[in-house]
Design a protein around this ligand. Structure first.
Ligand code: PLP
Length: 371
């Protein structure tokens, strides 16, 4: 089955005939019966299992695990590492992952190193650290740094190091990190899998049986499992994911080019605008440019905040991946220690008409005196 067909039919299970769509199973426990594997909701639930199998198919993975949030999924990978582990992550990184890594220093006595994981990564430096895990986001959030998953994974495996990729921004519509050599792929399913800003969830996908067993133990014993209703909703939302993500990407491509032409914008970060090696590597590993844009405006922090708040169609809110466009002054969301520039707006492009979005942006720029 091809990808779009899989998103629509990949969760079907003959047990649910004659329903055309799966029913929801809310029971927290199951009667003990000879030959039955069902025991208790935290261990397994029909809706979660259906979703986990679907997620694994979409990432060409052997094993899939659904969690109650993207951060719980990120944490499951970290928790599968030993106490005193060393983790290398990029300098530009989703702020929630950075906050979690900082906590791991206390919880797990972990050593955390924020390194350059762009195309200029320094393998001697990473070799000296010799981490247990390299954590990649590509493109990174919100700075759009590109990492070469294949190159880093090949080197890491030669040195006994694991590689995880948070692929929330690219989604399996455009990229399959396990096939590029990564050991773990992680998603915040809250974003493009859910697609309607109404589900919180996360996923971890792996091929290796031993790693799968570790993730399973974290899921079962730490208990941050995805609820049956959210699992059911995700199976439903994933059916439109391919179409949503592709049209949101078409919109983002047009808006990135348009923003780049605005006199009051001084930098646009978007994979469709990459040049030279970044373009080559990006295109080697991803088949589409995605629907996220970061752009910097000619404004100080206060003006940038007022601009972000002056739109009427786009919602000035955090998060991303919904059919409704959202954007935000990212520095304010990340807090005073954030390395994100104070003139940067992080834009999650939705499914609206592009002309309406352009007019909305222009009106906001006029309102605050940028044009
Ligand atoms: N990874 C990335 C790249 C994200 O952008 C986010 C949330 O914004 C997460 C992980 C965390 O996901 P959640 O908010 O579902 O816990």
């Amino acid at each position: 089955m091809n990808f779009r067909t899989l998103t629509i039919h990949g969760a079907y299970h003959p047990d649910f005939q004659p329903d055309a769509v799966p029913p929801m199973h809310l029971s927290t426990t199951f009667e003990h019966r000879d030959g039955s594997d069902w025991l208790y909701l935290r261990a397994a639930n029909p809706n979660r299992l259906m979703l986990e199998k679907l997620l694994a198919k979409l990432e060409n993975a052997n094993h899939g695990f659904a969690f109650s949030s993207g951060v719980a999924a990120v944490n499951a990978v970290f928790q599968s590492l030993p106490v005193g582990c060393k983790i290398v992550a990029g300098k530009d990184l989703y702020n929630g992952t950075r906050m979690l890594l900082e906590q791991l220093k206390i919880w797990k006595n972990a050593e955390i190193y924020y390194e350059d994981l762009s195309l200029n990564w320094n393998r001697n430096r990473i070799g000296e650290i010799h981490p247990d895990l390299i954590w990649l986001e590509t493109p990174s959030n919100p700075g759009f740094v590109v990492s070469d998953i294949q190159e880093i994974s090949t080197w890491a495996h030669q040195n006994g190091i694991l590689v995880a990729v948070d692929s929330t921004w690219m989604t399996p519509v455009f990229m399959n990190p396990l096939q590029l050599g990564a050991d773990f792929v992680v998603h915040s399913a809250t974003k493009y899998f859910g697609g309607h800003s109404d589900i919180l969830g996360g996923a971890v996908l792996v091929n290796d049986g031993k790693l799968a067993e570790k993730i399973k133990q974290v899921q079962l014993n730490q208990g941050a499992v995805l609820a049956p209703f959210d699992s059911w909703l995700l199976v439903r939302s994933i059916k439109t994911m391919d179409v949503r993500v592709r049209i949101q990407t078409e919109n983002a491509q047009k808006l990135a080019v348009w923003l780049n032409e605005q006199t009051w914008v001084h930098h646009v970060a978007y994979p469709g605008l990459y040049k030279a090696d970044e373009k080559l590597v990006f295109e080697k590993q991803s088949s589409g440019t995605g629907a996220m844009i970061s752009f910097r405006i000619k404004a100080d922090e206060q003006l940038a905040k007022r601009f972000a708040a002056s739109v009427s169609i786009i919602i000035n809110a955090t998060s991303l991946g919904g059919v409704e466009s959202t954007w935000e002054h990212r520095f304010s969301s990340e807090g005073p220690l954030s390395p994100t520039p104070k003139d940067l707006i992080r834009f999650s492009v939705g499914l609206e008409d592009v002309e309406d979005l352009q007019n909305d942006i222009l009106e906001a720029a006029e309102k605050v005196g940028l044009v």
